[in-house]
Design a protein around this ligand. Structure first.
Ligand SMILES: Cc1cc2nc3c(=O)[nH]c(=O)nc-3n(C[C@H](O)[C@H](O)[C@H](O)COP(=O)(O)OP(=O)(O)OC[C@H]3O[C@@H](n4cnc5c(N)ncnc54)[C@H](O)[C@@H]3O)c2cc1C
Length: 541
């Protein structure tokens, strides 16, 4: 009888493994030389990350009235003193060429009647500088880049693949500080496969699923941040979680965001009695930066005991509304809200992770041959508060920088060393998945209640206590049971929740998005919160 042969190949080799197929991951892939063999993996469909959902647009200086210095100043102002000016300048100066690259790649941005690119304005921006594809910019970017990548012979797009953990020299007990790939759970056959690569790129997006209410799609569980942390990378400024002020409030509308551009185009925020209130909080009223608007809404909701407030654009002509906001118009209409006549019920929700894995201007992390791009990265661009539409820009600029750096170095980097296949001999199938769903809900509830828009030290300590208990329970579960996507996401969420809480506890002031009743003022010294894993100290040069 022929011996049993496992029909599933479980080991692959690439030049570049890109974990994540949003704007950041695909930008890297498409800017790499075509002789490199590249795998781009996504834990769901190729177009499943936050990129697809982005509505507003991408910031870039394209108007003669505007200037690089204006964009830099607005970004620095929004970042509340914590932006790295070199990173801001680098991003803003490379914006125009990144947009041109997108246009050359086939993205159809909205144009005015003179066929000029239409620029809109968003909170925090002193000028019109948001390039957009109506109110579905992310959809246009994501689908166009995915099409381009699918047409490239050297790029393999692999959906339903979940990265479990990075493989490093340290883990393999080899000398040197190098990333050599990752273990990937193939959801189509439930095998964990070995992907070795000369370069690995984390492009896994943010961690907003740590919160009960979020604008982010499923999957934003901070996997890349948690994996890099476990592997020994430093993580910075995780306390700065941006809450989008206006998520549609409706029992059947899951995570639907009402873009900032609605306020940019003249929308008013209203209390339940129909009166405006934003000018009581900021002279810029509805055009104040997100954190101020989100806190104002949170304050008014708590003061009035209201479930939600309203965003109203119905005073604008119906044609204007339908032309500028077709997606929002249709979506709201589906819920019985005609935004050309009715105000839109809204609540704040976790939206963007400003912190992330520490990287430099070439998107390099603390581990050699490991790059990090997009929302998972900490580049210093956003400081204590991201300005609207700078995040897709960061994906493009740093994605291109990472690709250029890999292209420059690749001839000198040898193939990844041998690594063992995933060992499942010590684990069994879980018979208690309820533990996962229960812990998942508990985590996201206490993060919302204790680590949300307004914080206190006591609440953060409560959250820390709970996250420690959950971490040990989930750690035990992970050691004993076969991995699944839900278990992996929960394990990563607990890690990022812990990073958020520890960072928030360390910051003894209220700055940008981090607002605590115990330290309402600003400290004179401005510094990042950099968390250093114990494994970082063991990384050898
Ligand atoms: C509703 C909404 C509207 C927004 N609007 C704007 C806007 O107008 N302008 C702007 O600049 N920004 C906007 N943002 C933010 C912006 O969309 C994101 O910051 C950006 O798209 C992040 O891109 P990314 O490539 O880093 O990650 P994502 O686009 O989130 O992609 C992450 C990828 O990683 C994959 N992945 C994650 N974990 C794993 C794993 N373990 N294994 C394998 N694959 C994994 C996912 O499947 C996905 O392919 C918005 C965000 C949301 C949610």
């Amino acid at each position: 009888m022929a011996p049993d042969i496992d029909p599933m190949p479980q080991s692959y080799q690439y030049d570049v493994l890109i974990i994540g197929s949003g704007a950041a991951g695909l930008t890297v892939a498409l800017n790499l030389p075509e002789h490199l063999k590249i795998a781009v993996i996504s834990k769901a469909d190729i177009s499943s990350g936050a990129t697809l959902w982005a509505q507003g647009g991408i910031a870039a200086v394209l108007d003669n009235e505007d200037s690089i210095e204006n964009h830099i100043k607005d970004t620095l102002d929004a970042g509340a003193g914590l932006c790295h000016e070199d990173s801001v300048r680098f991003t803003v100066e490379h914006a125009k060429e990144s947009i041109e690259w997108l246009i050359d790649s086939g993205v159809k941005f909205t144009r005015d009647h003179n066929a000029e690119l239409h620029l809109t304005r968003e909170g925090g921006h002193s000028h019109r500088r948001i390039i957009h594809a109506a109110d579905a910019t992310g959809h246009a970017v994501s689908t166009t880049l995915a099409e381009q990548a699918a047409a490239r012979k050297n790029i393999q797009l692999l959906s339903n693949r979940v990265a479990v953990d990075l493989i490093t020299n340290r883990k393999l007990a080899l000398p040197g500080n190098r990333c050599v790939g990752a273990y990937i759970l193939n959801l189509d056959n439930n095998h964990v496969e070995l992907f070795r690569a000369r370069f690995t790129v984390i492009a896994t997006g943010g961690a907003s699923k740590a919160y009960r209410y979020t604008t982010n799609p499923d999957g934003a569980s901070g996997d890349g941040i948690a994996m890099a942390w476990r592997a020994g990378c430093r993580v910075a400024n995780m306390e700065f979680n941006q809450f989008h002020p206006t998520c549609l409030y409706h029992p059947h509308a899951k995570s639907f965001l009402i873009t900032e551009a609605v306020r940019g185009e003249g929308g008013h925020l209203l209390l339940p009695d129909g009166s405006r209130f934003m000018d009581r909080f900021d002279s810029r009223a509805e055009l104040a930066p997100r954190d101020i608007v989100a806190r104002a809404i949170d304050h008014e909701m708590k003061r009035l005991g209201a479930d939600h407030l309203y965003l109203d654009i119905s005073h604008k002509p119906a044609d204007f509304i339908k032309h500028h906001f077709p997606t929002i118009y249709e979506k709201c209409l589906g819920f019985g809200i005609d935004i050309t006549r009715d105000p839109i019920p809204v609540v704040p929700a976790a939206h963007y992770t400003c912190g992330g894995i520490v990287t430099d201007e070439r998107a390099r992390s603390d581990i050699n041959q490991l790059y990090v791009v997009g929302e998972a990265a900490f580049t210093g661009l956003h400081g204590a508060n991201r300005m609207a539409s700078n995040s897709l820009l960061e994906c493009l600029v740093y994605g291109r920088a990472a690709a250029a750096d890999i292209a420059r170095r690749e001839a000198d980097i040898p193939p990844a060393p041998e690594a063992p296949e995933w060992d499942e001999s010590q684990v069994r199938d879980s018979d208690e998945d309820v533990v996962i769903s229960h812990n998942w809900d508990e985590l996201r509830h206490f993060m919302w209640d204790y680590v949300g828009i307004v914080r206190t030290t006591k609440r953060l300590q409560r959250a820390k206590h709970r996250v420690d208990l959950l971490a040990s329970e989930i750690g035990e579960f992970y050691s004993n049971y076969r991995v699944s996507n839900d278990l992996l996401e929960l394990r990563n969420l607990v890690t990022v929740a812990d990073l958020i809480i520890c960072s928030a506890l360390q910051r003894k002031e209220s700055r940008g998005l981090h607002y605590t009743l115990d330290y309402p003022g600003l400290l004179p010294e401005v510094k990042d919160t950099v968390l250093v894993p114990t494994t970082y100290r063991t990384l050898t040069p």
